[in-house]
Design a protein around this ligand. Structure first.
Ligand code: HAM
Length: 414
């Protein structure tokens, strides 16, 4: 076949999606239980939205945006994340003066180098609390993360937190770091030399050994933080330490420019190199930067492809599956009406109409292969009697002939 899917944009097949459905249901249940409401924003936005939010110095905007000109020569981009769109939507609806607890879910796009756990089309589910100042909302979001992991059966994980201070803290530290690193440009990895200009903070989480060696004696971010954020971090760790593995990581800076205040990531060593399955933080300045009046904001997003790898939950076993089998020459449409009536009677059961003219034997074989619990068989004989054969496909294989009303009754009570 000469047409293939694009690199890093995998298909999801029915056998994959069973687990996805459980994940999606659990996520929405936990989000709703915290009083959040769903929001859906478009996949396409103006490129300027991401330049002004995620930031020109981030890899996401610099190298990874799927941007192109539309038919009107306007630069548009496939969204690489959800927070910027949520803020844009609330500003546009003039609802900045209200408080919002929102959640969303859907595909995101980043032109990254595909590898295990890293795709060009991937899915996120996220939560954004808007209009809530620093304090209890940080606690609520971390508590939600713990709750989610618990419900999904994820036990081995670590929550890393850090505080990026306010704009001044960031600026003072970046200036000091620049001063320190400038005489060492020849030993600094070239990637990090570029960062020194665009966003020096990102140098802290550099993976390059030469950079990390230099950082050992460089100014430390925590020395620029005032006492209050340090105490805030300490209190959070203390509060959650008996519920999960949580620790301050002062090299955690996150890859998006909009953060100030608390940032956090949840990692698992079971994931390999791409070990973060959730990331978030506070970004109080974003709404102003996007032309709004100003609104506090904090949130997180989960990478669904990554979290699904960690889920220890068996697919639902208790949904009853019934094969609807017709055999022989008969008025197919009339018979099919029975399937319609059965589904009307009970939507919780899977009625798998085989829509086949194969022999009874081969249709029963198919029902067994697909692990159906029961079969309803309608052949010539049944039609003449005005009765339908109800067959239990479990070991005993019990069967009985039922009138229409009795059949519906039985199906309703499965
Ligand atoms: P992020 O850290 O860029 O944050 O992404 C969140 C999560 O999405 C990551 O932890 C990871 O699990 C997943 N992810 C990111 N890129 C990929 C990829 N190429 N393939 C597979 N999974 C990926 C944000 O996007 C922020 N908007 C989070 C946030 C919400 N901050 C505040 N509110």
């Amino acid at each position: 076949m000469d047409i293939q899917s694009l690199r890093g944009m995998p298909d999801l097949f029915p056998e994959d999606l069973e687990k996805w459905h459980i994940l999606e249901k659990t996520l929405s249940k936990v989000f709703l239980s915290c009083g959040t409401k769903e929001i859906r924003t478009p996949l396409l936005e103006s490129t300027e939205l991401f330049n002004r939010s995620v930031g020109n110095s981030s890899d996401i905007v610099n190298k990874e945006l799927y941007s192109f000109l539309d038919r009107n020569d306007k630069s548009i981009s496939l969204r690489p994340e959800g927070s910027a769109s949520v803020i844009r939507a609330i500003i546009q609806k003039k609802q900045e003066h209200e408080k919002h607890k929102l959640w969303y879910q859907g595909p995101m796009f980043r032109y990254e180098r595909p590898q295990k756990g890293r795709f060009r089309q991937f899915h996120q589910a996220g939560v954004e609390y808007l209009g809530y100042e620093e304090g209890l909302s940080e606690y609520e979001l971390i508590s939600m993360v713990i709750q989610l992991n618990q419900r999904l059966g994820i036990k081995k994980y670590k929550i890393k937190i850090n505080h990026l201070g306010d704009k001044d803290t960031k600026e003072n530290f970046c200036n000091a770091l620049k001063l320190f690193l400038e005489p060492h440009l020849d030993t600094l990895h070239e990637k990090d030399v570029a960062r020194l200009e665009s966003n020096p903070l990102r140098i802290l989480d550099s993976k390059e050994e030469s950079t990390q060696n230099l950082l050992a004696t460089a100014p430390r971010f925590q020395d620029f933080l005032s006492e209050s954020p340090k105490t805030f971090l300490k209190n959070i760790v203390q509060h959650f330490t008996d519920q999960c593995d949580i620790a301050v990581d002062s090299s955690l800076v996150r890859g998006l420019d909009y953060y100030t205040g608390l940032v956090f990531e949840v990692v698992s060593e079971d994931l390999g190199a791409q070990d973060a399955f959730l990331g978030g933080g506070r970004y109080d300045h974003l709404s102003k930067e996007l032309g709004g009046k100003g609104m506090e904001a904090i949130g997180f997003a989960i990478g669904l492809e990554r979290i699904i790898d960690l889920m220890q939950i068996q697919p639902l076993q208790n949904v009853q599956k019934v094969a609807f089998i017709t055999v022989g020459e008969q008025d197919q449409q009339k018979t099919y009406k029975i399937a319609h009536a059965l589904r009307e009677a009970n939507l919780g059961v899977i009625l798998d109409a085989f829509l086949s003219s194969a022999t009874l034997k081969s249709q029963l074989k198919r029902a067994n292969k697909h692990e159906h619990h029961f079969a309803i068989i309608i052949g010539e004989e049944e039609r003449e009697l005005g009765k339908y054969l109800w067959k239990n496909l479990s070991a005993q294989g019990d069967q009985e002939l039922l009138h229409f009303e009795a059949l519906i009754d039985k199906y309703k009570n499965l």
